[in-house]
Ligand binder design. Structure first.
Ligand SMILES: C[S@@+](CC[C@H](N)C(=O)[O-])C[C@H]1O[C@@H](n2cnc3c(N)ncnc32)[C@H](O)[C@@H]1O
Length: 357
């Protein structure tokens, strides 16, 4: 188990160093790049991220911004004190611990499960071997997530805010929630922890992540959640029984054909009047933000971020059976949407639709 892994001060110090560098990148380097862009843009009017990239091509601060982003993520995972090496030392203990302690009623793995090819082809966000191929992947992912969006650290959790949005908007009694692409369970936890009467299902491709999600649920004595190995576009769950179908940061990790399948599956799973609510990253009408976000997609091994942005999300929902779709910014921490916010942030966005009553 995670908590039995011995404290290692050098590892903690190194990971803290990477996090501090990421904060520096977020709060100091990013605003500097934006300032330099504003100075360069003059009277020309870039229309796309590619126009901005052409303008900033020879700017050394912008080049450093990109190089540093890629390498900080790499440093987090690799090298002597990187996550992969650190948890790799405890691989057998982790596997044994998870297999021995996870209660079977919280976990449904499919030994015959075949991962989609798009998923196994990429080491997503530079995670060595992806988040699925190694017993330690859940732990590596859980620890690594602490420095993905460092500005969130001091605020109410992103996942609590996401649940609050869903609960405010659902407008009907909630008996069942399905969290698609639940990872190690952070996005599922607020639902099962806040209301033991609600039946919650987390769906995920990665067995190591599901094992850790179930372990974390067991640690809270939860009895109202099941972590199930399945594809989000074909969950095998009963149609028409869910009041909320949700996902957090999953859509940008799959190709458009799959995303369309997820919207169809969301519609199939929902009870009449139920809410579909997905949180992801979308840039609209801002060439500078597009330049930064598309650059991030390339630098961080996240190739589907760009096609998600280019998709007709409204039409894809209509094709799935939904009538209306709302696409609105999401405030991941207090003040995140304030125009004076100078630091880097992901373009967090909610995609909301409702099944006809
Ligand atoms: C960025 S993580 C987010 C995890 C979690 N929702 C959270 O907020 O921490 C995206 C997750 O989606 C999962 N995923 C990707 N494609 C999927 C699919 N087709 N079906 C189910 N899960 C998928 C990945 O394995 C990964 O755990």
């Amino acid at each position: 188990m995670f908590d039995d892994i011995p404290q290692n001060r050098s590892f903690d110090a190194y990971q803290q160093f990477v996090l501090d560098c990421k904060l520096y990148w977020t709060r100091q380097i990013f605003p500097e790049v934006r300032k330099r862009y504003a100075a360069k843009v003059g009277t020309s009017e870039p229309e796309t991220g590619a126009d901005v990239a052409a303008l900033m091509k020879d700017d050394t601060t912008a080049q450093f911004f990109g190089w540093y982003e890629r390498h900080l993520q790499r440093m987090k995972y690799s090298g002597q004190r990187g996550l992969a090496v650190h948890y790799g030392q405890y691989r057998e203990d982790i596997a044994k611990g998870l297999n021995a302690t996870v209660p079977s009623h919280l976990l449904e793995l499919d030994p015959e499960f075949e991962q989609p090819v798009y998923y196994t082809n990429i080491d997503i966000h530079q995670h060595p071997g992806g988040v699925w191929s190694d017993e330690i992947a859940g732990y590596v992912y859980e620890r690594g997530a602490q420095s993905t969006a460092p500005m969130l650290k001091k605020h109410a959790s992103l996942w609590d805010r996401m649940r609050a949005q869903a609960m405010q908007r659902v407008g009907k009694e909630v008996k069942r929630v399905v969290d698609l692409g639940c990872g190690f369970g952070a996005s599922t936890l607020p639902y099962y922890a806040e209301d033991p009467e609600v039946d919650v299902v987390g769906v995920e491709l990665s067995a190591p992540c599901l094992r850790l999600a179930a372990q974390r649920a067991a640690e809270t004595q939860a009895r109202n959640v099941l972590f199930k190995q399945a594809d989000a576009m074909d969950t095998g769950l009963e149609a028409g029984t869910s009041d909320i179908v949700t996902s957090t940061m999953m859509l940008h990790e799959m190709p458009p054909s799959h995303i369309k399948g997820v919207f169809k599956e969301s519609h199939r799973l929902l009870a009449p009047g139920g809410l579909s609510i997905h949180l992801d990253f979308l840039v609209r009408d801002d060439p500078f933000k597009e330049y930064v976000h598309y650059g991030h997609s390339a630098r961080n091994n996240e190739p589907f971020m760009v096609p998600l942005n280019k998709m007709d999300i409204v039409q894809a929902h209509k094709d799935a059976g939904f009538d209306e779709v709302e696409i609105v910014p999401f405030e991941e921490f207090d003040g995140a949407l304030d125009p004076s916010m100078a630091a880097w942030r992901f373009p967090w966005t909610l995609i909301i639709a409702r099944k006809a009553a």
